[in-house]
Design a protein around this ligand. Structure first.
Ligand SMILES: NC(=O)C1=CN([C@@H]2O[C@H](COP(=O)(O)OP(=O)(O)OC[C@H]3O[C@@H](n4cnc5c(N)ncnc54)[C@H](OP(=O)(O)O)[C@@H]3O)[C@@H](O)[C@H]2O)C=CC1
Ligand SMILES: O=C1O[C@H](COP(=O)(O)O)[C@@H](O)[C@H](O)[C@H]1O
Length: 567
């Protein structure tokens, strides 16, 4: 085995897990270069008593327990590759902890963290507990919970391109089976840079870990799935050489957000909206995912990705598909995904020559956020000098089907915009005739995905007094009326994957169509990143100051008779 990267956070050298194990392993079993579990440690693990997941009833989220009472996963092991990374620390470990603390992970469950850093189980447990304490996403910690949770945690490390690490993961599953007294069910979560998705999938395949003869096996793949259409197809092919599509869970955390699911609930759980949801009544739709944050130390990733791959191809396309799709026949994975694919297929192609007239990109310059000066993108640590990576995109999508003919969908997302807000606004046509003085305003049904989750309807009303003077008013439903803390999207999606419910995970063909839609933008903008000549149809990268709503061209894109909502 080649030498894995040493940890600065974890242990290294003689105090590391490899060293500890090598010391304790019986000499006759220890193969040079191969790490064997210490027998004493293995025995200790075997006799460890499983802690009931529902640690204490008090303080649990009543809605979460209510929603999931009938859905307990079978005993299983969650294997997180890339467990030392930012996502695992900030989101995944807190999400799993929350589920476990609420008693939703069934009677027997454990986590195997996998990384390239040399760490003992104990060092990993310390690492995970620290992550839970530091993350803003961690639910209120009940007394004694952390101590019990840490007993569920194990760690393995190695080079993801080699077999040893998967061999050790297999040993972990064998051990878990003995403890669970059941089958070797496993969910493999790939929380690593995308370049490692294929090697890890292959490694698991080589060692037979995708084989379901001894229990279910599923793989969760993070985003971005590919970096363009061709590479997404190659990745899909590579994944399918090892896994059946039914085992694959491509994660898009926006689909796990309560309010995104509420979009479906409101559309298809009520009779009053659907009759209006078409070209007869809707003027246009605006989908906004505005972020106030900048790079947050992720320049290495973001410089390669940019806003189109980071947000548009996945999260915004999913919001678009859920808004525009036809009603599915049932709330199940195939029915919903079929409808999403149909509408994605109906989007009018944007060849690179048309990009200039339907899309705008931007990159933030220096500016001010909440009264504080902030640097521009190019001054962020790790960003290449003169980088042309876009941090803002706005695009107009047209849908070639009966429902939406002539109704534009405007999507926009960007970093360092004035505030964090994600919203889907269905903007209705003006009344056909004005019998009252004053302007005829468009009604707006707005789904606030985050923050201040809720739904509002804007319409005109008479103001008190003798005259028929109309003014716009807003009827507002706030999600906090339920009195429940909203579940982390990762909790929802992790549990769904453990339960084998793929409804909220994009299918292969959805990802493919989403890439097809954005391909023209990437081709135009990356073929001639600095071109002003118009040869490629690519507009100049328009800068916008941090703290503003993006480039002026975005206003031209939506105008002249429409304007972006001021959020
Ligand atoms: N962070 C976020 O907020 C979000 C992330 N994602 C996606 O989640 C995935 C993980 O992201 P994030 O946690 O930010 O990534 P990180 O860069 O923080 O690293 C993730 C993990 O991969 C390991 N790793 C990195 N390079 C290698 C390598 N060459 N060989 C072996 N291991 C390696 C890291 O190990 P080490 O700790 O040793 O460096 C770490 O354990 C990505 O696909 C990302 O796009 C999706 C949505 C949001
Ligand atoms: O996937 C990503 O999403 C976040 C935004 O997610 P949200 O849940 O906070 O809205 C974004 O900041 C990040 O760049 C991207 O990789």
């Amino acid at each position: 085995m080649s030498t894995p990267k040493k940890s600065s956070a974890g242990t290294s050298g003689a105090t590391g897990k490899a060293a500890g194990r090598a010391k304790a392993a019986s000499p006759d079993k220890a193969t040079p270069g191969k790490v064997t579990k210490a027998p004493a440690k293995a025995a200790a693990r075997k006799t460890r008593t499983r802690v009931p997941a529902a640690v204490e009833k008090e303080g649990q989220n009543p809605f979460r327990a209510l929603m999931r009472r009938s859905r307990a996963p079978e005993p299983a092991t969650l294997v997180i590759f890339g467990v030392t990374g930012d996502l695992a620390k900030r989101k995944l470990l807190p999400a799993v902890f929350g589920l476990w603390q609420d008693g939703l992970l069934g009677s027997a469950f454990n986590i195997v963290g996998v990384g390239r850093q040399d760490m003992t189980d104990e060092a990993f447990r310390d690492f995970a507990i620290t992550a839970l304490k530091e993350s803003k996403e961690t639910d209120a910690i009940l007394p004694g919970s952390l101590e019990k949770f840490r007993e569920l945690l194990y760690y393995e490390f190695g080079e993801f391109g080699e077999d040893d690490v998967y061999d050790r993961v297999r040993t972990e599953l064998d051990r878990a089976e003995e403890e669970h007294g059941g089958r070797k069910n496993a969910l493999f979560y790939l929380s690593t840079p995308p370049s490692l998705f294929e090697p890890i999938s292959n490694g698991l395949g080589r060692l037979g870990l995708a084989d379901e003869s001894e229990g279910w096996r599923r793989i969760v793949i993070e985003k971005p799935f590919g970096r363009d259409l061709a590479s997404a197809r190659e990745l899909n092919d590579a994944i399918h050489r090892v896994w059946d599509e039914s085992q694959v869970y491509r994660i898009d955390h926006y689909l796990g957000k309560e309010t995104v699911q509420n979009l479906m609930a409101i559309r298809f759980g009520n009779a009053i909206f659907e009759p209006l949801w078409n070209r007869g009544y809707v003027d246009h739709v605006q989908i906004t995912a505005s972020e106030d944050l900048g790079l947050e130390g992720r320049a290495g990733y973001y410089e390669e990705a940019g806003v189109v791959r980071d947000m548009l191809q996945n999260h915004l396309m999913q919001l678009f598909a859920l808004t525009a799709m036809e009603a599915p026949a049932a709330f199940d994975a195939d029915a919903i995904r079929d409808e999403k694919v149909k509408v994605l297929r109906a989007v009018k192609p944007i060849p690179k020559g048309r990009v200039g007239s339907v899309a705008v990109r931007g990159q933030y310059g220096a500016g001010a956020m909440y009264g504080e000066k902030v640097p521009g993108y190019r001054q962020e640590p790790g960003v290449k000098t003169g980088s042309r990576t876009p941090t803002y995109v706005a695009v107009k999508l047209e849908v070639d089907n009966w429902r939406w003919q002539g109704v534009p969908f405007f999507l926009r997302t960007g970093k360092r915009l004035p505030k964090k807000v994600t919203e889907i606004a269905v903007v209705f046509k003006r009344p056909p005739l004005g019998i009252f003085p004053g302007g005829l305003e468009r009604n707006v049904l707005a789904f606030r995905i985050q923050p201040d989750e809720g739904v509002s309807l804007k319409f005109s009303s008479k103001t008190p007094g003798q005259e028929m003077v109309l003014r716009e008013v807003v009827m507002d439903f706030r999600y906090d009326a339920f009195g429940a803390q909203l579940e982390s999207p990762y909790s929802r999606l992790l549990l769904d994957a453990m339960l084998g419910d793929a409804t909220l995970f994009p299918r292969e063909d959805e990802v493919d169509h989403a890439w097809q839609i954005v391909s023209g933008l990437l081709e135009a903008w990356e073929a001639a990143p600095g071109s002003r000549t118009g040869k490629t149809g690519a507009p100049e990268l328009s800068n916008y100051a941090a703290g503003t709503w993006g480039p002026d061209e975005a206003e031209e894109l939506i105008g002249p008779d429409r304007r972006w909502r001021r959020l």
